[in-house]
Design a protein around this ligand. Structure first.
Ligand code: NAP
Length: 246
């Protein structure tokens, strides 16, 4: 019997959850528990970490999981790395469901970097206005350049004081569109955009907006994750579930 663990937190995970529910699959959806009100899923849902590689391997055995689909965000490298090692240990097949990285096109002014630190260094030294579109987790590193005004777009209102002295916070959940993001950047007189190369349509609006306004984008490349099969659509994942040996 097939029993699936779906590691979520992305639009792709929600799309797959819908199809799994519609087909009556035996599947559990897993959230890290980072947002106050995660999107409701049409599958039984658990929330919170597993306790590292050992914790996840123990969970897979205890729940008789036969397949793991890692549909976490491309920057959730710790979870993805743990999933590879835990699935090896518990002998459970694993695939990743991931959107392709964005590529710069005509009119884009991207500065590539491979880390948050690199993005901080790439920002100018003189005070400017930055759309820091990286979520809430790595804000503290930008305190190394406190002279800038940072526009943040977060899912939940911050519970604690922000580590940056000059900020404006927009509370919003994607997907976003190019016209809306162009108006946002203009309204806040943004001169630089900092983005993680997440891929996908909903989060690409800020890149289209930056192109329209000829603004530079400091693009942070994806972290490394151990090798695993990477699939790009719900149909491919469903076929993999059908054909991969449990
Ligand atoms: P991370 O650094 O790779 O993971 C840190 C720890 O959080 C993991 O070791 C695991 O704890 C727990 N965890 C992460 N995803 C989990 C899941 N789906 N179910 C259960 N536990 C999970 O991850 P992150 O970057 O903090 O991201 C956390 C979640 O937010 C992910 O699910 C991701 O899809 C989503 N997200 C992340 C970003 C981003 O930019 N990083 C953006 C949008 C959404 P244990 O070791 O205790 O098992």
């Amino acid at each position: 019997m097939t029993r699936i663990l779906l590691l979520g937190g992305t639009t792709e995970a929600s799309q797959l959850a819908k199809t799994l529910a519609e087909t009556g699959a035996d599947a559990v959806f897993s959230y890290a528990g980072r947002t106050a009100k995660p999107v409701n899923q049409p599958l039984p849902t658990r929330i919170g970490g597993f306790g590292g590689v050992e914790g996840l391997a123990a969970y897979l055995r205890a729940k008789s999981i036969t397949h793991v689909v890692d549909a976490t965000h491309p920057f959730a490298a710790q979870m993805s790395t743990n999933a590879v090692h835990a699935c090896e240990a518990a002998d459970v097949p694993l695939c990743a469901f991931e959107r392709p990285a964005w590529q710069a096109g005509e009119g884009d002014r991207w500065v590539h970097t491979d880390s948050i630190e690199g993005a901080v260094i790439a920002l100018p030294d003189s005070s400017t206005r930055v759309f820091l579109a990286i979520g809430k987790q790595n804000l503290a590193q930008f305190a190394a350049k406190p002279q800038h005004h940072y526009l943040l777009r977060l899912v939940d209102a911050p519970e604690a004081d922000l580590p940056l002295p000059h900020t404006t916070v927009e509370i919003a959940r994607g997907p976003f569109d190019a016209a809306g993001d162009t108006a946002l950047l203009q309204r806040h007189a943004i001169t630089h955009v900092v983005a993680k190369n997440a891929g996908g349509a909903g989060a690409a609006a800020k890149l289209a907006a930056a192109r329209t306004l000829a603004l530079p984008v400091i693009m942070i490349g994806r972290p490394e994750v151990p090798q695993r099969p990477v699939l790009g659509s719900v149909a491919e994942v469903m076929a993999w579930l059908l054909h991969s040996a449990a």
